[in-house]
Design a binder for this molecule. Structure first.
Ligand SMILES: [Ca+2]
Ligand SMILES: [Ca+2]
Ligand SMILES: [Ca+2]
Length: 90
């Protein structure tokens, strides 16, 4: 049991040496995860009605809008699931 304090001290020193880098690596990442918007809340990229405000997304990447923000809260609330290029009836 005499060696235990030495081992504990060495282990503690190792943690102290590693801790600053560990903290620097994780803290900003945690902050970013907490503040990053959800993918669904990404800014709209398409102005479908020509009023200068982006109001639709091309989430499939086929060049046509398939998600629309119809109430201007910045989140999509209408979706084209059947591929006709218009929001589907609810
Ligand atoms: Ca618009
Ligand atoms: Ca909306
Ligand atoms: Ca549709």
């Amino acid at each position: 049991m005499k060696k235990l304090p030495m081992i504990a001290a060495a282990f503690g020193a190792a943690i102290l040496i590693a801790a600053p880098g560990f903290a620097q690596d994780t803290s900003p990442e945690t902050d970013a995860a907490e503040t990053a918007p959800a993918p669904e809340a990404a800014p709209a990229t398409i102005d479908t009605d020509g009023d200068g405000t982006m109001d639709a997304w091309d989430q499939r990447g086929d060049g046509k809008p398939d998600s629309w923000d119809t109430d201007a809260d910045g989140a999509p609330d209408a979706f084209d699931q059947d591929g006709d290029g218009a929001p589907d009836p609810k």
